[in-house]
Each structure stands twice: as structure tokens, then as C-alpha cells.
Design a protein around this ligand. Structure first.
Ligand code: ADP
Ligand code: MG
Length: 527
């Protein structure tokens, strides 16, 4: 499997910028293969499993070929269902975010046709629709196909299964024969090849070829969980298993940043690794991980390639990987050097199918597990405490404490009461611990609503207020006018930022420079 950076594909700046906003770091294998051919104008059949990024594989070249100045309909994507038409249309809209005057419209049955006709009249360059509704519009003349230069059949096998063969052939017959045609499909049954022979020109079949990979013998499981509950699940699993070192894999840079921020906000020792970081920053994060300063490393596949740490106990797949091979690479980060390891994958909806494909490819078994409950978390903590108690009773001198308890007993409490009360105090403690970072940030002598931060460079290093505002606003994306007072001393600087941005500023600026100098930044000590 070979993948490349989007920058190596000849993609225009505007689309590159949108791809970056979407958090994509590297093109997936099917994108790596398809995009250059489609840009050249070659017809293709692209075969790849679900969830491998096929939409952008055709969406990017499709957009590259649109003339925004022309109002004519220039590209048509045919999808099997209304949901897919909406999804594909949304993804193409995101990709075209920085291109002016591009209109993308989904059309499907079940929505009043008059509304679609109204939208079409305004000039739509890309239409994404189900076969029946597309034909309907073509018959009515509300879709004019005469300027179409690209037609994409998405999920072609699915459309054939649903009995759309005739409709598809009609559409292909009625669109200009000079058009470019692309078919995407998870499988390549005979009818697909027959259609290709009839309607595609000198087409290339692109498949994602895989190396045979050995899957490490580790415990693999998956848990079905909705996107919005994934973070809660992650923290529960971390609390239950209490791994010394763990890795969390995500599919996008943006997700890495989000999770790191949330984990840090809850008091976990976590940091992130992705392609936007400079080499020196990556080295710093990796060193902290190796030394155990960071216990949870959140990373994208690309960034994780260099990771070489032996005692990772758990690999979490926060997102199901884009490619089967990635899965094997990811879980190979644990269970090294003969240690036990486990891999837990979070999956929802169609991601579960993707996992089944991974199971087949990797010839491995990924066992389904249930979402652990809050009770499970408490039980795990309780068991940990019981172990600790046993160790202390056996190995430590607790004579002084025994006397103290004896005194309490004289006050007419039972040993059970006392033990239970102490347990409550101990069990309640870790919740407060997670609030620690909050209070550290809040109560440090700043204006109300603001957090005062300390930075270890000042006048001696030539720092001026503009440098501080510029660096913070530039790196964190927080508007500069939200930054409060800035006090610059000889060797250090205080700056106030809104409390709700403080975590982010600390995290991002901790890896950045001011006036080219690496800095340390932390909540200021209370005045
Ligand atoms: P498919 O059509 O192959 O089933 P999709 O195009 O729906 O897959 O993509 C699945 C998910 O992966 C989407 O959320 C999409 O935004 C995301 N995605 C696509 N390409 C990339 C990439 N290069 N890096 C990260 N995520 C991607
Ligand atoms: Mg798709």
C-alpha cells in the first residue's frame, strides 16, 4: 500500500485548503490511485471497501474540472440512496468551500420535485442524485445534460443490487458521449464490468492491493458507540484499565486536537501527534511519552509511523481506520517484546461493516464487547483500592494509623462505618483531581473571566506586546482582541486570556515559539 500527501497530487490551492480544514492528513490508498487518473481525464473503475474515502477520490478531481464561471450543469454523481446522495453532496460542498460560485445540489425521491426544480433553475454545476429522480428531471427537461463532462457512479454494485441497471444505462446513453466516466464500487461483479465495457473508454481498473500482514497475537475487541459518546467511552476504558501507556488513533488531525484538549481538560496526561507539528515538537512529545510524562498519546496514522515504544498496553481506535492495513499497523504498537497488549476499536453504523472487512483481510477475530457502565468504572477503581489496601497492610508500618482508628472506635463508631467513610473520601478524590487544572487556571489573580498565564521570556529576549498577541492569535486561532493585559518583565511575561481559551492556549503555545524562541507557558502562580 502506498499513500501520498495531498500536496504531491496536483490539486489547486483552494481545494487543498478545504482538505486541510477537513483535517485530512494524507490521501487514502484509493484516493492516491484515483485522483491522478481522473485529473488526466481517464475513465476508471475504483474498487475499495466502504469507508476508504471514495467520495473525495472522485469529488476532488470532479471539482477541479468545473468552470465556476459557467452556470451549466457540468458533473453528475449517481448514488443508490437518498442518504448517500445527501452525504456525497455535503462532502463535495465541503471540498468546494473556498471555490466561489460552485453550486452542488442533491436530488432524490421523497422531496417535492418543485423545490428541486426551483434550486436547479438558479444554476447548479454539480448534481448528486438517485437514478429515478435524476431520470425524472432529465425527462422534464429540468436537468440539462448537454454540458455534462463527468459522470460518477458511486456504489455501483449497490445500485445494481437495487435494480437500477436499466436506469443507469439510460442515463449513460443520454449524457454526452465525450464525457469522462468513473465507477466506484466495493465489489466488481460481472454486470459492473459489462457496463464498463459498454459505456467507459479505455478505462483503468484501480484496486487497493494489500500486502500480506501478520497480525500480532493480542486481544482485539470493538465496542459499538455513537460518535458523540466516544469520548466518554474512552475515559471509562482508561479509568477501568488504568494503562501506563496507551495510544489513541484518529483519522484526522482535527480529531486529534479535540481529544487531546478534552483529555487534558479532564486532568489526564495526554498529548497529540500529527503531521502539522514540526519535527522538534514531535520529538518533544515522543520523548515525554517514552518517559511516561505523557500517558496517553493521541495520533494520526501518519504521525504514528515513527512511533517506537515497547510498552504500550492498549491501542484505542477512536475511529475505524481508513484502510485495512492501517489497522494492522496500529494494533502492532502494542503487545511488543512478548508483552500482553490489547486493541479496542470504537465503531458505529457502517464502521462495523468496515471492521468485518478488516477481520477478513487480517484473518483475525475482533470480539464485540459492551460499553462499560459507570458502575464498572467504580468497581474497577474499588478493586484497585482493595489491592492497594492489601499491599499496605502487608508491607507497610501502619501502627500509628491503627492507634488513630482505635481512638475513633472509642467515639462509638463501628470499624465498618469508619472504613466506609474513609473509602468514600478516597473514592471521591479522583473526581476533584480532575478539577485541579481548572482551579489552577482560575484563581491566579486575573481579571474576572480571564486566566493569567506565565511565559518564560521577556524584554531581554526582545519580546513586545505585539509579538505575544501575534503568536497567540496566530497559533491558536483565537481573535487577538480577546487577549487581555500583557505585562512584560525582563525575563518573563504575563498575559491574560479568557478562561475558556486558556487550556487551548497552554496546549498549543507550549509547543510553539515567540520571536523564534521555544517557550514555556503555564498558569501564573496566584498573586
Ligand atoms: P467511502 O465512500 O469509501 O465509504 P467516504 O468517502 O464516505 O468513504 O469517507 C469515509 C470518511 O472518511 C468520511 O468521514 C470522510 O470525510 C473521511 N475521509 C476521506 N478521506 C480522508 C482522508 N484522506 N483522511 C482522513 N479522513 C478521510
Ligand atoms: Mg461512498
Amino acid at each position: 500500500m502506498q499513500t501520498i500527501n495531498f500536496k504531491e497530487l496536483t490539486i489547486s490551492e483552494k481545494i487543498m485548503k478545504a482538505v486541510d480544514d477537513m483535517g485530512f492528513e494524507e490521501a487514502t490508498p484509493i484516493q492516491t490511485q484515483s485522483i491522478p487518473y481522473l485529473l488526466k481525464g481517464t475513465d476508471i473503475i475504483g474498487q475499495a471497501q466502504t469507508g476508504t474515502g471514495k467520495t473525495a477520490a472522485f469529488g476532488i478531481p470532479l471539482l477541479e474540472k468545473i468552470s465556476p464561471n459557467k452556470k451549466d450543469l457540468q458533473a453528475m454523481v449517481i448514488c443508490p440512496t437518498r442518504e448517500l446522495a445527501i452525504q456525497v453532496s455535503d462532502e463535495i460542498k465541503k471540498l468546494s468551500k473556498y471555490m466561489n460560485r460552485i453550486n452542488v445540489l442533491p436530488v432524490y425521491g421523497g422531496q417535492p420535485i418543485s423545490r428541486q426544480i426551483h434550486a436547479l433553475r438558479k444554476g447548479v454545476q454539480v448534481v448528486v442524485g438517485t437514478p429515478g429522480r435524476l431520470m425524472d428531471h432529465m425527462r422534464r427537461g429540468t436537468i440539462d445534460v448537454s454540458h455534462i463532462n463527468m459522470v460518477v457512479l458511486d456504489e455501483a454494485d449497490e445500485m445494481l443490487n437495487m435494480g437500477f441497471r436499466e436506469d443507469i444505462e439510460t442515463i449513460l446513453k443520454d449524457t454526452p458521449s465525450e464525457r469522462q466516466t468513473a465507477m466506484f464500487s466495493a465489489t466488481l461483479p460481472k454486470p459492473i464490468l459489462q457496463i464498463a465495457k459498454k459505456y467507459l473508454k479505455d478505462y483503468k481498473i484501480l484496486r487497493v492491493a494489500h500486502k500480506e500482514l501478520t497480525v500480532p497475537k493480542i486481544m482485539q475487541s470493538y465496542i459499538e458507540v455513537k460518535q458523540r459518546n466516544k469520548f466518554e467511552l474512552l475515559t471509562r476504558l482508561i479509568d477501568i484499565n488504568n494503562p501506563n501507556l496507551s495510544l489513541v488513533f484518529c483519522n484526522t488531525k482535527r480529531r486529534v486536537d479535540e481529544i487531546v484538549q478534552e483529555l487534558q481538560g479532564r486532568g489526564y496526561f495526554a498529548d497529540g501527534l500529527h503531521g502539522d507539528l514540526k519535527q522538534s515538537q514531535r520529538d518533544r512529545v515522543m520523548n515525554s511519552f517514552r518517559n511516561g510524562v505523557i500517558e496517553i498519546l493521541v495520533a494520526t496514522d501518519v504521525a504514528a509511523r515513527g512511533i517506537d515504544v515497547d510498552d504500550v498496553e492498549i491501542v484505542f481506535n477512536y475511529d475505524v481506520p481508513q484502510d485495512e492495513e492501517y489497522y494492522v499497523h496500529r494494533i502492532g504498537r502494542t503487545g511488543r517484546a512478548g508483552r500482553e497488549g490489547q486493541a479496542i476499536t470504537f465503531a458505529f453504523g457502517k464502521e462495523v461493516y468496515k471492521l468485518k472487512a478488516i477481520e477478513r483481510y487480517a484473518k483475525t477475530k475482533i470480539k464485540r464487547e459492551k460499553m462499560p457502565s459507570i458502575n464498572d468504572v467504580e468497581e474497577a477503581r474499588f478493586n484497585g483500592l482493595v489491592q492497594q489496601v492489601g499491599q499496605i497492610v502487608e508491607n507497610e508500618n501502619i501502627r500509628k494509623e491503627t492507634h488513630m482508628i482505635e481512638k475513633l472506635l472509642e467515639e462509638d463508631y463501628s470499624t465498618l462505618d469508619i472504613a466506609a467513610a474513609l473509602l468514600k473520601m478516597v473514592m471521591g478524590e479522583s473526581k476533584q483531581e480532575s478539577k485541579k487544572t481548572d482551579t489552577a487556571i482560575k484563581e491566579n489573580g486575573s481579571e474576572p473571566g480571564m486566566a493569567r498565564l506565565f511565559i518564560n521570556i521577556g524584554k531581554k529576549q526582545g519580546v513586545r506586546p505585539g509579538d505575544v498577541v501575534g503568536a497567540i492569535a496566530g497559533e491558536t486561532g483565537m481573535p487577538g482582541d480577546l487577549i487581555g493585559s500583557i505585562d512584560i518583565f525582563d525575563k518573563y511575561t504575563f498575559v491574560e486570556v479568557p478562561i475558556k481559551h486558556a487550556d487551548k492556549v497552554l496546549r498549543i503555545m507550549g509547543r510553539n515559539t515567540i520571536k523564534g524562541q521555544p517557550i514555556q507557558i503555564e498558569p501564573a502562580a496566584a498573586k
